[in-house]
Design a protein around this ligand. Structure first.
Ligand code: FAD
Ligand code: SF4
Ligand code: SF4
Length: 239
């Protein structure tokens, strides 16, 4: 069974939790809100699948990788898309194509009061919430099984996330179903802790005496490409 001895050996991708048929694994937050697997040994039958699926081990399947990466640089033709995306809006162009073919798109949005989570979208309106970087580890619990179900139902799936999340999903899905799975991994220096984000929002609301109703981790339209400035709107207040 999986045992995290060193936190650097786990990115919280949930592949181990998703693969366990005995519901022996739950993802639990540490004191920064980062999720790690915890095994209930009374439910574990010792099958070893959780260790096998983990992308942080030497069995990780790289056989479908190109020997030399095929690299292209691209920027969306529509500047309105570029201005409202974090970078060149390649994600919007690729996901537009998938949605137009009847596929589904997974990406990062918000739930109750700007908690950062992965979500599923079948329309461009739903997908637009995924635009822009959210500099927090996304809660991805339940998503890998949903992706697998979509693939089993014959849908084409685009999944976007951090490189470690896409590696975990790639391993969890396995070779048979991979043909219809398109992985978009962002360039990523690492994810800040969810509780830092939660506590920062609470701090700002206390300081301003008003509830936050809109956030943007990097407002390119107002501050340009280079700035790394978070923007907030408060209820009945200016930005
Ligand atoms: C945590 C984090 C670290 C980053 N580190 C770097 C870096 O070191 N260097 C660099 O050049 N760029 C970095 N970026 C920026 C990132 O590479 C760009 O957002 C990416 O190039 C997307 O550009 P786009 O315009 O095509 O996407 P957009 O249209 O802006 O769409 C954003 C995409 O990012 C995904 N996403 C947003 N937030 C998260 C999240 N928390 N976890 C997983 N996926 C998310 C969405 O699902 C979507 O696919 C980072 C982004 C994040 C979220
Ligand atoms: S499969 Fe993912 S969540 Fe599980 S131990 Fe490995 S990296 Fe951590
Ligand atoms: S060894 Fe098998 S049963 Fe035990 S936690 Fe891992 S996947 Fe679940």
């Amino acid at each position: 069974m999986i045992k995290i001895r060193n936190k650097a050996d786990c990115c919280g991708c949930t592949a181990c939790e998703s693969v366990c048929a005995h519901d022996a694994i739950t993802m639990q937050p540490d004191d920064m809100g980062f999720l790690y697997p915890v095994v209930d040994s009374s439910k574990c039958v010792g099958c070893g699948l959780c260790e096998k699926v983990c992308a942080f081990n030497e069995h990780y399947d790289t056989s479908l990788n190109l020997p030399i990466p095929d690299a292209y640089a691209a920027r969306h033709k529509d500047m309105a898309e570029v201005e409202t995306s974090r970078s060149g809006a390649a994600f919007i162009a690729i996901s537009d194509y998938i949605l137009e073919q009847g596929g589904v798109v997974y990406g990062v949005g918000y739930t109750d009061h700007f908690r950062v989570i992965h979500k599923r979208a079948t329309t461009k309106e739903e997908r637009n919430e995924f635009k822009g970087s959210k500099y927090v580890q996304s809660d991805i619990r339940g998503i890998f099984c949903q992706v697998k179900q979509d693939l089993k139902n014959g849908l084409t799936v685009l999944f976007s996330g951090t490189p470690c999340q896409t590696a975990g999903l790639n391993s969890f899905i396995g070779r048979k179903l991979r043909e219809r799975l398109i992985l978009v991994d962002i360039v990523c220096h690492g994810v800040p802790g969810p509780y830092v984000w939660r506590d920062y929002l609470a701090y700002l609301e206390k300081k301003q005496g008003a509830e936050i109703c809109w956030v943007n981790f990097r407002d390119k339209q107002e501050f340009g490409w280079a700035a790394h400035q978070e923007t907030f709107k408060f209820v009945n207040r200016e930005k």
